[in-house]
Design a protein around this ligand. Sequence first.
Ligand code: FES
Length: 110
Amino acid sequence: MCPHRLATLSQGRIDQWGRLQCVYHGWCFSGSGECKLIPQAPLDGPPVHTFQRACVAVYPSVVQNGIVWFWPSLDPQYKDIITKKKPPYIPELDDPSFTYKIFQRDIAYG
Ligand code: FES
């Protein structure tokens, strides 16, 4: 969730510098959650993009079979969980002779 107006960052895009850009007002974030750009901030003003409140949470995540998997916890004990507990591998998803459809379903629980 974007710290600015809580827009869904999953609907953002990756810009030419590899930053996640919020779809709403264009704030940009690094892979470690630091805010790297607030387009509306004056260049000669305070560096508001460096403020802690402008940063986003970073969850352990990995892309496998073209799917983004993430561990929904910010608890430091799970920081490296993706290296220890891999998501299920589905070889058919990488096989070009198979077809499949991807869809998203939001499930309202933690
Ligand atoms: S809500 Fe993300 S930049 Fe404004």
